[in-house]
Design a protein around this ligand. Structure first.
Ligand code: GLC
Length: 509
């Protein structure tokens, strides 16, 4: 075998260590370039299938799974170990060990459990004092609970031997993880290459606390106060925007909207100042779970090629709610948290005008007692036309998605919204206001799109398009075509997961 010259070595030289390997290795060993997987750690307060109070959990569960399908990524998720997590999952968790986490003058126990699911490793952080309570939020000490959680996320890294390339923090409960990284941990060698991304799922909830607790509770030196302080208090969302390399939100339209005071709940100056690092990526949904062909919760299954059996779902739904069984009467559904930003003021204003037409309306949700009482009382005056169910019931909601004809979602603001996408999966045509992710996912039928839309936050504009939709329902030729078109909308994670990956890579250059 001829000896290699220096020029030969230089030609094949990639990195110094490869050169050494090449000189001493036998000629038959092929040169393999191994690119290490990029390590992504999601930090969030909830994730399906373990614990869910809303859209955030669905996104954490389904986006992490979609990203993990990419063999270049090692995706892991960390959430608190709430007592509400079902035994079904708890019993299968692996106990990895425990550490003690410093939190100002406290030193708190943190148990670490793991559970692997479809290529994603989930970590659960245990501390019974903080998380052995019903539900996830709404306690006087939520600030301290999520400060402990966020601090623990950084403390478990050496224990696990896992230092992510990207620390992807979601919403205010995880904001402090990005802040601790920048104010405490990035000065330590193992942490110095971690980049952080902060995703806003809803700018309304910012995590605001009194400035008094900065040092005593969050354990952050007063010299960093300028990063956290906003409007005379600690604002965790603001701090995470300042501290992260990039921040994102859950639709391109919402990324524009939050620069505007109407949508930003006071944070618009901060968003505008940091605009250069903001991206909007539209959420997807779990299209395997929300699938009219296979969903076991609905009365009968149907395909987008042949949605005819959907009619049986409607019939069964009408029977279930004691509504007259009438195929020609469209069912309008509202499945929503009953809170003001979901546009319930508009519904409240014109509901009687809607009910004057040949429609049936079903409202499912829980929320402000003002709306709960209003719609419950009204249903008593409109027996056989209006049904109100005050509950959060995933099984029932699937039956309604499948059995209804129109899905009303007139939100005042909507970062992304998943329900309009779910409705499409079941061939139920959305009626939405053009805001945030509703604007990005639903385009007007008149332009060849998949729903009925209106622009201004105005009850009569909404009423106008509802009437248009009802008239359209009566068009026996067009409606079945529209149902198929709506079911053909692509809301899988495939495209958006690719966008997240691009974003991660742009941060790691
Ligand atoms: C929040 C937003 C909702 C979004 C969800 C997931 O719940 O209000 O619009 O779809 O987060 O990102």
């Amino acid at each position: 075998m001829p000896k290699k010259t220096t020029a030969d070595v230089k030609k094949t030289k990639k990195k110094d260590f490869e050169t050494v390997a090449e000189i001493s290795a036998p000629a038959t060993v092929p040169e393999i370039e191994v690119t290490p997987k990029k390590k992504i750690l999601f930090v969030a307060s909830e994730s399906t299938p373990f614990i869910a109070t809303g859209g955030l959990a669905e996104v954490i569960g389904s986006l992490s799974r979609a990203l993990a399908k990419n063999s270049d990524l090692d995706v892991r998720v960390v959430i608190p170990l709430y007592s509400d997590i079902a035994t079904e999952y708890r019993s299968k968790m692996k106990y990895l060990g425990n550490i003690f986490v410093p939190l100002a003058w406290r030193n708190q126990y943190c148990g670490i459990f793991s559970y692997e699911k479809e290529g994603v490793i989930f970590y659960f952080l245990d501390n019974e004092y903080y998380f052995k309570r019903p539900g996830c939020y709404g306690y006087y000490d939520d600030g301290e609970r999520f400060a402990f959680f966020s601090r623990s996320v950084l403390e478990i890294m050496p224990f696990l031997g896992f230092f992510p390339d990207v620390l992807h923090c979601h919403d205010w409960q995880a904001a402090l993880a990005a802040v601790y990284l920048k104010t405490i941990y990035c000065f330590r060698p193992e942490y110095q290459f971690i980049r952080s991304l902060f995703t806003i799922h809803n700018i309304e909830y910012q995590g605001k606390y009194s400035l008094d607790i900065l040092e005593d509770l969050f354990g952050i030196s007063n010299s960093w106060r300028y990063l956290l302080e906003y409007d005379k208090c600690i604002n965790l969302m603001k701090a995470a925007i300042e501290c992260s390399e990039k921040f994102s939100t859950v639709s391109p339209r919402y990324a524009e909207e939050i620069k505007d005071p109407f949508y930003a709940h006071g944070l618009d100056p901060i968003v505008r100042r940091n605009e250069f690092k903001l991206t909007g990526i539209l959420n997807g949904i779990d299209v395997d779970s929300y699938n009219s062909e296979t969903d076991p919760a609905i009365f009968c299954n149907y395909t987008k090629e042949d949605p005819e059996p959907k009619k049986r779902c409607k019939e069964e739904l009408q029977k279930m709610f004691n509504l007259p069984v009438k195929a020609e009467t469209p069912i309008v559904a509202v499945i929503s948290r009953l809170v003001s930003h979901k546009g319930l003021d508009l519904v409240k204003t014109v509901i009687e005008e809607i009910l004057r037409q040949d429609v049936q309306v079903i409202i499912l949700g829980k929320g402000d007692s003002m709306y709960e009482n209003f719609f419950t009382d009204l249903a008593k005056n409109y027996v056989g036309k209006l049904v109100t169910v005050i509950a959060f019931n995933p099984d029932l909601s699937r039956k309604i998605y499948a059995g209804a004809d129109l899905f009303l979602m007139p939100s005042k603001s909507e970062p992304c919204g998943l329900s309009q996408m779910i409705a499409c999966r079941y061939g139920t045509v959305p009626v939405v206001r053009e805001t945030g992710g509703l604007y990005d996912s639903i385009k007007p039928v008149s332009l060849g799109g998949n729903g009925f839309t209106f622009a201004n936050y105005n009850a009569y504009d909404m009423l106008y398009v509802i009437r248009e939709a009802i008239a359209c329902y009566q068009n026996k030729e067009f409606w079945p075509e529209l149902v198929k078109r709506v079911m053909n909308s692509d809301f899988s994670w495939q495209r958006s997961a690719g966008e997240y990956e691009k974003l991660y890579r742009s941060m790691l250059q």
